[in-house]
Design a protein around this ligand. Structure first.
Ligand code: SF4
Ligand code: SF4
Length: 281
């Protein structure tokens, strides 16, 4: 279990606790201001990228002092966790509104609108304070002058589109806005997603591994290596002698994207807590 499960989930998966999506949490003005800044300032992400790059260039001894303080603050404000698709199904069992939005990371890194983010709420869209907030800053948030980019999806529509993103190799994540409030699902890759880039390439963690880790069934695997093409985390290797793929459970983030790419159903996810090597990660 990650530290959020202990702090915000009473030892259970924190992102499956309905109270962490509660509208009451949105009455907190500091949280509302954080969300407004996040989605209302088009320069916010470019500035964040610049700061992360500057941080990564500092001498190691300076980073050793600054990083823990900065990451602790990050965990209070905006932090994520990788979640496989079956966990999203469980989240969709209790949320009452799913709204697809353009991804702010991609606007900063690629400069184009990519609809890879999903805002969640416990109340229907028309009563959701979160959607009201997004609409109130909509003209600057979206690339165009209108707010037509907000798409209300049913549970089934959302799952179809998320499975499609999974087939493209994108990894599902859940995100807090002033922890423990969970406001959105994102779909990340290490090239365009700032948080994944910071976590994997800049030594500045912004997301936990999933509560799962993947394993290959060598009786089913034929060694085609298709799965290795989609792992964003460098967790897979190819055993030449056995002609099979192997997964390092310490590096595996448990996203399940490799599983979606395997036509032989040779990859399964297991609870991280049941895999001793993964627990040590
Ligand atoms: S895609 Fe499936 S069959 Fe191919 S190497 Fe990976 S686990 Fe094995
Ligand atoms: S091995 Fe599979 S589940 Fe683990 S991080 Fe890579 S793609 Fe995700």
């Amino acid at each position: 279990m990650c530290e959020f499960c202990h702090r915000h989930g009473e030892g259970k998966k924190w992102y499956l606790q309905a109270q962490n999506y509660s509208e009451d949490l949105l009455s907190d003005l500091t949280r509302r201001r954080l969300i407004e800044t996040f989605i209302g300032d088009p320069e916010y992400f470019r500035k964040a990228l610049g700061m992360l790059e500057a941080l990564s260039r500092l001498p190691p001894y300076v980073r050793a002092v600054i990083n823990p303080i900065a990451v602790k603050r990050q965990k209070r404000l905006h932090y994520g966790q990788v979640v496989p698709i079956e966990e999203l199904e469980r989240i969709f069992d209790f949320v009452n509104s799913i709204v697809r939005l353009p991804c702010l990371c991609r606007q900063a890194t690629v400069g184009s609108e990519q609809r890879h983010c999903y805002a969640l709420s416990m109340v229907p869209d028309e009563r959701s304070q979160l959607i009201e907030l997004v609409r109130s800053v909509g003209s600057s948030y979206l690339t165009g002058p209108d707010i037509g980019g907000l798409e209300v999806l049913s549970r089934e529509q959302a799952l179809v589109s998320l499975r499609e993103l999974e087939r493209k190799g994108l990894c599902h994540t859940v995100w807090t806005f002033k922890t423990p409030f969970v406001g959105s699902i994102c779909n990340c890759d290490r090239s365009d997603c700032l948080a994944m880039r910071a976590t994997l390439s800049m030594g500045y963690p912004m997301m936990f591994q999933a509560e799962y880790t993947a394993e290959v069934n060598h009786d089913l695997c034929n060694g085609c290596r298709e799965c290795m093409l989609v792992c964003q985390f460098g967790a897979m290797g190819y055993g030449v002698a056995r002609e099979r793929v192997i997964i390092d459970p310490r590096r595996c983030y448990g996203c399940g994207i490799c599983r979606a790419s395997c036509s032989r159903n040779a990859i399964a996810l297991h609870e991280r807590s049941s895999v001793p090597l993964a627990v040590l990660a």
